[in-house]
Ligand binder design. Structure first.
Ligand code: GLN
Length: 258
């Protein structure tokens, strides 16, 4: 009798549990166990960086990928990986996507798939405030310039010719080198240079107005993962339609994307 009661009780509990799971409703509850493994190089403010305590991932890309994950019903797990290790990490299957202010270009397309473009960028120069020699990219010839390894900045500055290029692991390191007067200039993505000037309190440097290149950022996936690429593009489209993309854009850039 007691055994029968126990079985009955358990059946009742299971029925309630099933009901709750069902009611929890929408696709999000159904896919609670889906995890999106995201790689980023969290040294690229305002797109990705960690707060003072070094834990929480912040920035435009971080908010965007969390919103995309939510839209898709995936739990987002972020890992910090060196910039030039991100594409290899995708290829090795250690991460599902990389979001890291990564410019969509032909060379990278040989190795990964990209989402639809989500941000328009370009390259700019920062020099010391009292530097009057460097006004354009051509003026970098014969000068020492800091760039981040594996980036479009590194590629473009090397193309100019006659530049003494010093490569660093992160944009933060390039700024440090300029401050230490180890280089005459720094080339980085314009929004990253602008954010540095705005937030660092550094008053001895200036950003030059010339923009080299027009670049689109995309989220990267493994070559064969068209399924995830499709889901992310769909989520991105939704976020544009429902105003969430603009909300995130305004939070980080103070203006709307249009
Ligand atoms: N947009 C540049 C590139 O893709 C820099 C990206 C970065 O440093 N995170 O090369």
């Amino acid at each position: 009798m007691a055994k029968k009661l126990l079985v009955l009780c358990m059946a009742a509990i299971m029925a309630v549990a099933a009901l709750v799971a069902g009611c929890g409703g929408d696709q999000k509850a159904a896919s609670d166990n889906k995890v999106l493994k995201v790689g980023t190089n969290a040294d690229f403010a305002p797109f990705e960086f960690q707060d003072e305590n070094g834990k929480e991932y912040q920035g435009f890309d971080m908010d965007l990928i969390r919103a995309i994950g939510e839209e898709m019903g995936y739990k987002v797990e972020i890992s910090n990986i060196q910039f030039d290790g991100l594409i290899p990490a995708i290829q090795a299957g250690n991460i599902d996507v990389a979001i890291t202010g990564m410019t969509i270009n032909e060379e990278r397309k040989q190795n990964v798939l990209f989402s639809d473009p989500y941000y328009k960028s370009g390259l700019s120069i920062i020099v010391a405030k009292d530097n009057n020699d460097i006004k354009t990219f051509q003026d970098l010839k014969g000068k020492k310039v800091a760039v981040q390894i594996g980036t479009t900045s590194a590629a473009e500055v090397n193309k100019i010719g006659g530049v003494e290029v010093k490569e660093f692991n992160s944009s933060a390191d390039t700024f440090m080198e300029l401050r230490a007067k180890g280089v005459d200039a720094v080339v980085n993505d314009r929004p990253v240079n602008d954010y540095y000037i705005l937030k660092s309190g550094e008053t001895n440097v200036k950003a030059l107005p010339e923009l080299l290149t027009s670049e689109d950022y995309g989220i990267a996936f493994a070559k064969n993962n068209t399924e995830l690429q499709g889901k992310v593009n769909e989520a991105l489209k939704k976020l544009h339609e429902n105003g969430k993309y603009d909300e995130i854009f305004t939070k980080w850039f103070g203006t709307t994307s249009k």
